[in-house]
Design a protein around this ligand. Structure first.
Ligand code: HEC
Length: 225
């Protein structure tokens, strides 16, 4: 599980540009379990492309190679993965160790336990799928619109503060790929350390306010063409 640089193949880029050109970003109906712009098979294939070029495998296993034996199985104890993990995260409350989890749809140790909506909520809001109900969330304010009153967030370096800016279509497609496009593998990853409640506060220092502010912020401009 090496930390590969991120590469976007020309073919992948063409696919993304082509699909992005015909999708209204943020228009998906979250209550219906995802957008309906593509067939189920195309959604999974598109989710694969998005997962690869967002570097999911760089941390979760396999790098940028979906044919790797360790594709998305998460941290493997007793292997070379120990050269890179755990990540040790310094916080005002001390140092905490974190490990990337098993993203294959194994029912016991992977994402098979969760719905596509729980995976979507993890990527859109950073909510830990194991501690967040399977619910349609309509607010980013704790306690409102099904957003948990005491949210449990995913720990660094899981880059959900960046992923939350992705279009609805992309997030749902990743969820579809992880549940229906990846072979299940059994690999139990130990839980990350640290009280999950404060990760959002820590992320806020580097990623900005929760929820993400709309474009343009004070440091951006929206120039006419
Ligand atoms: C820089 C490293 C890194 C990258 C890149 C990364 N993740 Fe993660 N991810 C993590 C870590 C570490 C955790 C464990 C967080 C925790 O324990 O709270 C995690 C946890 C998760 C979880 C929660 C799983 C569970 O069982 O609770 C999901 C879902 C997830 N990642 C999806 C993705 C997807 C999809 C991508 C690519 C679009 C991705 N991750 C890219 C590091 C990463």
């Amino acid at each position: 599980m090496f930390m590969h640089g991120r590469s976007i193949s020309a073919a992948a880029l063409v696919v993304v540009v082509a699909i992005a050109g015909c999708q209204p970003a943020g228009s998906a109906d979250a209550t219906a379990g995802g957008p309906r712009l593509l067939s189920a098979a195309d959604t999974i294939a598109y989710g694969r492309t998005v997962a690869i070029h967002h570097g999911c495998g760089d941390c979760h296993g396999g790098g940028d190679n979906p044919s790797a034996p360790m594709w998305l199985v998460g941290f493997r104890a007793g292997t070379d993965d120990t050269l890179f993990w755990p990540a040790v995260i310094p916080t005002p409350g001390g140092k905490f160790k974190t490990w990337p989890r098993n993203l294959t749809p194994d029912n016991e140790t992977g994402l098979g336990r969760f719905t596509e909506r729980q995976i979507y909520n993890a990527l859109r809001y950073g909510l830990r799928p194991g501690e967040t109900p399977d619910a349609v969330i309509t607010s980013s304010t704790p306690g409102e619109g099904n957003f948990p009153a005491n949210p449990k967030y995913l720990a660094p370096p899981m880059p959900w503060p960046a992923f939350r800016h992705m279009p609805e279509t992309d997030l749902w497609a990743i969820a579809a790929y992880l549940k229906r496009g990846v072979a299940p593998q059994t690999n139990r990853v130990q839980p990350s350390e640290g009280p999950p409640d404060f990760w959002a506060g820590l992320y806020g220092m580097i990623a900005g306010p929760m929820p993400a502010p709309a474009f343009p912020t004070a440091r951006e401009v929206a120039l006419p063409r």
